[in-house]
Design a protein around this ligand. Sequence first.
Ligand code: SF4
Ligand code: SF4
Length: 174
Amino acid sequence: MNAFAKEISERSGQDLSRCYQCGKCSAGCPSVEWFDWPNHGVIRKIQLGAKDELLKSHAIWMCVGCETCGTRCPNDIYISQLMDALRNMALEEGVKPAEPAVMTFHQAFTGSVSRFGRVHELSMLMEYKLKSKDYFSDLGAGMKLFAKGKIPFMLPKVKGKGELDTFFKNKGKG
Ligand code: SF4
Ligand code: SF4
């Protein structure tokens, strides 16, 4: 196994040597049409050590982490974990994301969880809209959700916030 594949395996906890390219993961993935390669192709690229291609790919940002691939895989390989490892590596190495809006949303979401203990939709959406400068798309859907009380003003109350603070602090060190 090449050094890149070994590192991604270790970071993700997935045993890539078990993949026999059956394609069941790709057949069930709801996001595959936006990927550069189907899911089993992502695994093959890792096995081949195609680090640059993968870190610059759309696939690593378009995976929604639904875990359908993992539940379908006869060898218990969860591609969402691989995608997380690849995304983190891309950010660490300063690779420009192929899908900047997805990264902006990701940062707004995790920032909200880090501050409040769980996501506060209103402030998260405001942060996302300001940073992405995408002010008007989804406005209709947002207004409907707001009218139904699905986007509350009040900040969430969360038990055990200290544990979460420790988690984010340690994650920053890692
Ligand atoms: S379903 Fe599992 S074994 Fe089959 S190609 Fe996908 S990762 Fe490999
Ligand atoms: S976790 Fe990602 S790669 Fe797997 S099925 Fe869902 S969107 Fe596709």
